[in-house]
Design a protein around this ligand. Structure first.
Ligand SMILES: Nc1ncnc2c1ncn2[C@@H]1O[C@H](COP(=O)(O)OP(=O)(O)OP(=O)(O)O)[C@@H](O)[C@H]1O
Ligand SMILES: [Mg+2]
Length: 376
């Protein structure tokens, strides 16, 4: 799966282990779970590296396993889920293998529409079934995989999406199937933490205690710092550790933003990148995003705008209704703050996180937006 990246700091997709920093412990936990036939719930805030980690895992997992990856963000119901799963299976298991043959026969018997992507030539499966029928066919498909001579790992990215399907009780239904499979292990990955937690750790929900949790946090500061210096060196460029530390601080060690800024800094520097180089690139990034930030402002009420600005200035806000915070930014009342906060959380502009000591705080989700607001 490795391919050559045009830059040592890719920001779009996974290009292979040479471009991937650390995550050794997480890979080890995932491997342990998989070998114990234990499914995993992988949770992290957006752009921390969930999808990258799942791709990276495929390099570390033994060839004895068949791995199937689906991203279900664009699915809206069980029929879409079935299509997405079927398409991924066809890509992974060619018709000439025994299991592949069985599955192709199964599709043919159901009169699915099979089309091929004109560019990549990859197959695309499309069922058009009634609601209840999709359920049955998902079960049939998974049961077939359960008969495969190799164990199967299915990674479902953006899993929280199932909670917006119109079919009620999709989670209960999936749990029942998943429980019965002996040869198939899952990774359920998602970024909407409250939904994922509710799905998997709420005692009244079907998936309760059915998986091991893996929370993806920031990559270790020192490890990321060394990695970045080395990536520059590989391409015969230089950057001081101290300069990298400034970049990591500015991006809050949030993977995507680190990659993005390093990508720019790398390409704009000739032999050596300095503090000036990254600062110029950082302000260019903010300028590029400015239109988006203005749209956010239009989308928000005055009170919400005031609150997000205050949170940005503070960086982390531990007690959002404390009198100190209320007084410092001249808010009217704590109930007003709560209302604005709910709305900002729902829009995914603010994020609730826990620090190393397990204390909860609020911060601005998008690092670029945070830096832009701070400067207002
Ligand atoms: N360990 C890593 N080392 C280097 N780059 C990484 C690493 N993990 C992720 N990335 C890069 O960071 C970017 C964001 O990561 P990724 O898309 O995996 O995040 P995500 O958590 O799946 O985000 P989203 O919630 O938006 O789907 C990607 O460009 C990815 O290639
Ligand atoms: Mg992702």
């Amino acid at each position: 799966m490795s391919k050559k990246s045009p830059t040592p700091f890719p920001t779009t997709t996974y290009y292979g282990p040479e471009y991937f920093c650390d995550r050794d412990d997480e890979i080890q936990s995932l491997k342990n779970n998989i070998n114990n036939h234990q499914s995993t719930t992988l949770i992290a805030i957006r752009r921390m590296g969930k999808t990258g980690l799942i791709n990276h895992l495929q390099h570390h997992i033994s060839k004895d396993w068949e791995t199937i990856y689906i991203d279900i963000l664009s699915t809206e119901n069980l029929n879409d889920l079935l299509n997405s799963l079927s398409t991924a299976i066809l890509k992974t298991l060619p018709e000439k293998t025994k299991i592949g043959q069985k599955i192709w026969d199964f599709f043919k018997s159901l009169h699915v529409t099979l089309s091929y992507d004109p560019l990549s030539g990859e197959p695309n499966v499309s069922f058009n079934l009634k609601q209840n029928e999709s359920k049955t066919q998902i079960r049939n498909l998974l049961n077939m995989l359960d008969q495969h001579h190799k164990p199967v790992l299915i990674a479902i990215d953006e899993f929280q999406q199932i909670t917006s399907y119109p079919e009620k009780g999709t989670d209960a239904y999936l749990r029942t199937i998943v429980q019965q499979l002996k040869n198939v292990v899952f990774i359920f990955s998602g970024s909407q933490q409250h939904i994922m937690h509710d799905l998997f750790s709420n005692p009244s929900k079907p998936f309760f205690r059915s998986t091991a949790f893996l929370h993806l946090e920031q990559i270790d500061f020192a490890i990321y710092q060394n990695f970045i210096v080395q990536q520059f060196e590989k391409y015969k460029k230089k950057i001081d550790k101290e300069v990298v530390a400034e970049i990591l601080n500015w991006t809050n060690v949030h993977t995507y933003y680190v990659q993005l800024l390093c990508n720019r800094v790398f390409s704009s520097s000739k032999k050596e990148a300095t503090t000036k180089t990254w600062q110029e690139e950082a302000s260019r990034l903010l300028k590029e995003q400015e239109m988006v930030f203005f749209t956010y402002r239009e989308m928000l009420t005055k009170a919400q705008w005031k609150l997000i600005k205050a949170i940005a200035k503070e960086g982390k806000v531990y007690s959002i209704t404390s009198s100190a915070f209320i007084q410092k930014y001249a808010f009217g009342s704590s109930s007003g703050i709560i209302r604005s906060l709910q709305s900002l959380l729902k829009k995914e502009l603010i994020n609730k996180q826990y620090d190393e000591d397990g204390k909860q705080y609020y911060s601005v989700y998008d690092v670029l937006f945070l830096r832009w607001l701070e400067a207002l």
